[in-house]
Every structure is written in C-alpha cells, then in structure tokens.
Design a protein around this ligand. Sequence first.
Ligand SMILES: NC(=O)C1=CN([C@@H]2O[C@H](COP(=O)(O)OP(=O)(O)OC[C@H]3O[C@@H](n4cnc5c(N)ncnc54)[C@H](OP(=O)(O)O)[C@@H]3O)[C@@H](O)[C@H]2O)C=CC1
Ligand SMILES: N[C@@H](CC=O)C(=O)O
Length: 428
Amino acid sequence: MKPIKVGLLGLGTVGTGVVRIVEGNQEDLSSQVGSPIVIEKIAVKNTEKARNINVNSDKLTEDPWEVIRHPDIDVIVEVMGGVDQTKEYILEALERGKHIVTANKDLMALYGSEILAKAAEKRCDVYYEASVAGGIPIIRTLIEGFSSDRITKIMGIVNGTTNYILTKMSQEGVSYEEVLKEAQDLGYAEADPTSDVEGLDAARKMAILATLGFHTNVELRDVSVSGISSVTKEDISYARRLGYEMKLLGIAERQDDEITISVQPTMVKKQHPIASVNGVFNAVYVHGEAVGDTMFYGAGAGEMPTATSVVADLVSVIRNLKLGVSGLKAIAPYKEKRLISDEEIKYKYFILLHVDDKAGVLAQITQIFAEYNVSLASVVQQPNEFNPDAEIIIVTHDASKANMDKVQKHFESLDVIRKVKSVYRVEG
Ligand SMILES: NC(=O)C1=CN([C@@H]2O[C@H](COP(=O)(O)OP(=O)(O)OC[C@H]3O[C@@H](n4cnc5c(N)ncnc54)[C@H](OP(=O)(O)O)[C@@H]3O)[C@@H](O)[C@H]2O)C=CC1
Ligand SMILES: N[C@@H](CC=O)C(=O)O
C-alpha cells in the first residue's frame, strides 16, 4: 500500500508527541486509514538541538518551505506556533492542494475564516481539534454532536497553564511565580506565557468555540478579556471561605440572537462541576436548548493529550482524502453577529473593599449600590487582619456590567474607600 506522507512543522512539546503516536501506534493507525503513515520531513528552528526523541537527521530541516513545497507530502501538520509567517506557510500549502492539521489557536482565532475560505476554494481539509482544550474532542463535538441543537451557552476552563497555577496557589499555597515556572517546565505554557496568564490564549479559544457554537464569525476583539496575573492568594482564600473556587473562565452566551463572550477570573460555586476541575485539566460545559447541560473534561495541555487530538485529526484528514470527500464540512453558514450591550450583560459580582474603619461607611457604600440599581445578596464588614483598615465583602445579585462599572468609578472617587481591592464575576 502506498504510504501517506506527512510534513511536520515543529518538533517541540506537541510535535514530539505526534511522532511518538504516529510511530508507536502505526499498526492501529494504518489499519484505520488503509495505508502506512510516514512523517517524511520535519521543520525545526535548530537542527542541532538535543531532543528527547530519536528522529533520522535527514528528515530535519530548518526551512519550513522545504516541507510545504515537498512534492510527495499530502498533509501538513503544523505544531510550531506563530501567526503571520505561519499563515503564509498554511496558505501556500493549501494553494498546493495539501491538507492541514494544526494546533494553532492564535492562527485560527485571527485568520481562521481566511484559511477556511482558501481550504474550501481548493477543496482541502483544515482540522484544528487540538487548538482548543488539548485532548478534549470539543471541536468535533460542537460541529457534529450538537449539529441538531441550538447552543445557548459555552463555558469553560480552556487554559491548562492558568488552571494549574490557580490550583497550586489554592491547594498548596505555592507562589504565582514558582508555579508558572513549573507549568513552563512541564510544556503547558505558550512560548510567551503572557498570553496564558493574561487570558489571551483562553480568549482565542473562546472565539473559536463561540464561532462554531453560535454559527457566527466571532473575532478576538469581540471577547472581553482579563487574566489571572492580579489574582492574589488572599482573593483565592476569600473565595474559598465563601464557598467558591477561583477559576479563569471563558463564557460565551447567547440571548435571542445576541451574544457575549468573556474571559475573566471567576468565583465558581463549589457545587458546580466546573469548580472541581483542577491542575492542567480543562472542562467545557455546553448548554443546548434541546440537550440541556453537558460537560466535557480532560487534559487541556501537554505533549501526549494534545498530540492525541492532532493525530485523530490526521486520521480524519487521511480518511477523507481516500474517500475523495476532502473539503466537505457540514457547518451551518455564518449568521450576522450582534453583541449584547454592557447594559444587558448581567451577572453576580464579588467585591472586596478596604475602607476607613469608622461609623457610617457601610451605609454610605450600600447607598451607592442602590443609586445604580445594584441589589446586594450579602454584605460583611470586618477588621482586616493585615492593616488598620476595615474590609467590606459584598456579593451582589445579578447586576448589569454598565451599572457595576459606574459603582466602581464612584467608589474610586470616595475618600473613605482606601482601595477597591478586588472585583470578580460570580458563577453558579
Ligand atoms: N504545549 C501544549 O500543551 C499545547 C500547544 N498547542 C499549540 O501547539 C503549537 C506548538 O506548541 P508547542 O509544541 O508547545 O511549542 P514548542 O515551543 O514546544 O515547539 C515549537 C516547535 O516549532 C519549531 N519552530 C518554531 N519556530 C520555527 C520556525 N520559524 N521554523 C521552523 N521551526 C520552528 C521549534 O523548533 P526547535 O525545536 O528547533 O526550537 C519547535 O520544535 C502552538 O501553536 C501551541 O499554541 C496547542 C495545545 C496545547
Ligand atoms: N498554553 C496552553 C496550551 C494549550 O493550548 C494552555 O496552557 O492551555
């Protein structure tokens, strides 16, 4: 049987896993696709670098174009990262009729529609399961499993690095810097971990999920983003005392035909199944009008879980190639996108204030909430363990984002409020 030849761009964390699975599971894989799968050429930045996998040095090149232009290669697996230059490689590969498997959420969130349009024009496949939630097959699930339903909410822990950091800070009291270094050593973090900790990586993934779930073209700028770099051990400990876990949550919601997408540190009620998703694990909760609540769980980053998704895509692409059905995907056409305004986005908030320890402060503060129509579920005033200020801990009922922004601005102008210490969304 004629082998299917694959070109690999990148032999780092994910690329190494891809080679291990393709070589280690060759018998099973080839029986599924009807021919051997051969990794013909691999582009890396530095061919001299020591690697923890043995590959024939003839296969390595420092020139990705050599892989893209290779006449015998049918499928390109892109696991090197990067955006603008990588987009050029992918578009040229498609132009040449090669199919693509990628784990690159940065690329798909920014240029997915252009790449998919080119793929449709050339009748090629572009599969990108590993770009969201590592080893969880969530993209297939949204495209195929929920094709009959109308999804109204997608909520997820979609970044393994930040979940690993928050879990370690919460359960072991490890410092932020120490645990970030661990996540990097374990291969979870991006080349520049700022995109993990500032929420951008999760925002890219949520843009991909919301595009697929709501059948509209969600762009990165549609996602409101804040990361975990300012979350303190103190915040986490307050959350736990009040019965919540702190998680970096991506939430995409649809009301009628308007949508809103955000990524932010969120206090999740301990009883919610997402609150117990720890470490590098991810989970994506999907609510459909017909199906109701569903949740998908698994490792969100790391060599082998991510490579599992990449190689599963490779199997699909090769099967399509053999059946002559490449480039055919039953995705509903995009609808016009309408974003929900800040007046209509409503959720519960946790607010921690450091205030002057004197009579009347609490009344002044509750009066401000009332002024902006924010009703309160609970208010506690207590001395602060670490300084002479008092602290006030408030949890609101559902309040509009616009009104909460006004409350916060008002607080910042008040002398009796020393500091608006933290404000978090509360879920569940
Ligand atoms: N790590 C993870 O858990 C996950 C990663 N992803 C995505 O997968 C992709 C790869 O991630 P990961 O494996 O962690 O990244 P790594 O940094 O571990 O590996 C990148 C690889 O690409 C090679 N490379 C980088 N730039 C170039 C270039 N210009 N020309 C040729 N080769 C190049 C590097 O070469 P060299 O080895 O010589 O340095 C390296 O082999 C990224 O898009 C990432 O976002 C998605 C899900 C999970
Ligand atoms: N850096 C990412 C890797 C997978 O997408 C993460 O931590 O989730």
